[in-house]
Design a protein around this ligand. Sequence first.
Ligand SMILES: NC(=O)c1ccc[n+]([C@@H]2O[C@H](COP(=O)([O-])OP(=O)(O)OC[C@H]3O[C@@H](n4cnc5c(N)ncnc54)[C@H](O)[C@@H]3O)[C@@H](O)[C@H]2O)c1
Length: 331
Amino acid sequence: MKISVIGGGSWGLALSNVLSNNKHEVLVYDKSTKIINKINKLHICYQLNENINEDIKATNNLTEVLNFSETVLFAVPTKVLRDVLNDVNKVQSKPKLFINAAKGIEPDTFLRVSEIFNEMIPSKFLKGFVALSGPSHAEEVIKNMTTVVTTASDVNEHAVFAQMLFNNNDYFRVYSSTDLKGVELGGALKNIFALASGLIAGKGMGDNARAALITRGLVEMEKFYENYGADTKSLKGLTGLGDLVVTCTSSHSRNYQAGFKIGHGKDLEETLKSMTMVVEGIRTCEAAYKYAVEHDLDLPIITAIYHVLFDKMTPELALKKLFERSLKSEH
Ligand SMILES: NC(=O)c1ccc[n+]([C@@H]2O[C@H](COP(=O)([O-])OP(=O)(O)OC[C@H]3O[C@@H](n4cnc5c(N)ncnc54)[C@H](O)[C@@H]3O)[C@@H](O)[C@H]2O)c1
């Protein structure tokens, strides 16, 4: 099949490589000419400096990429999603199945990516929407290292279609799910705890603290799901616990790296300037904190991370406040 990919960064190209390994034809769109040239001339992912398959082609012509296929994979940061969708609306002429691999929530609206697509893409052009999520670092996928993810859609047929597109019996196993809400929420929220995990590592804390963070993070995610009306079954799955574990324990995670720098004393602005790649957890933390306040939801770790990121609270004070809370039963 032919597949269009929007976003030629780390994740867009790692997934393009999976598709190309599966013998699909891939055309990638990115706004950066440098990235296009690296793909077409050197067959390299610029952000990761890794080789990709030579038959993956790239363009900075959005009309060309949209005319290429009726299946479009999105891998751009959620921060630019609305701009890209505006551009897409100016040129698209046929209905598409959209597959999104970005993980985030819009801070001002608390909309999930599927909801942004529903809001922005006219229904006559929106054949369907699938989220692809799970424990998966581009750094490993691009080297064909064993990875297991989930494709989710409200329409089972669409989730299964994407499952078959991406599944590779050698290294990339894909499950399907109809719990789109739970899958999208998990992929977004886990980034906040990845930031926290980096932060405590940056402060010199060890495995005990990290294990406690992952466990209590999962409890906060569960509270969130229940309040938000999401099914908690995906929390125990690849896109919940699976993704939470990988982002909290791997130095590949941008969110972990950003947290680590903040833990080492850099402030948010300085940290973001030093990162060349997207850190979704910051916007998601803002979104989740605002949601928690609005819904009177007690989420101590998310609150602590929010104050460190946005109110210049020191990590030491945030931790002290966490420990000074009244003692309670675990469950
Ligand atoms: N990197 C990973 O391991 C990984 C894994 C799973 C999910 N994700 C998610 O995928 C999304 C993208 O992450 P990434 O790591 O690929 O980021 P990245 O920074 O490596 O790449 C983002 C790409 O988007 C392009 N882009 C930015 N604005 C654009 C626009 N207006 N039009 C077209 N292209 C534009 C950039 O030029 C860049 O090539 C994020 O939401 C991230 O959370 C990443």
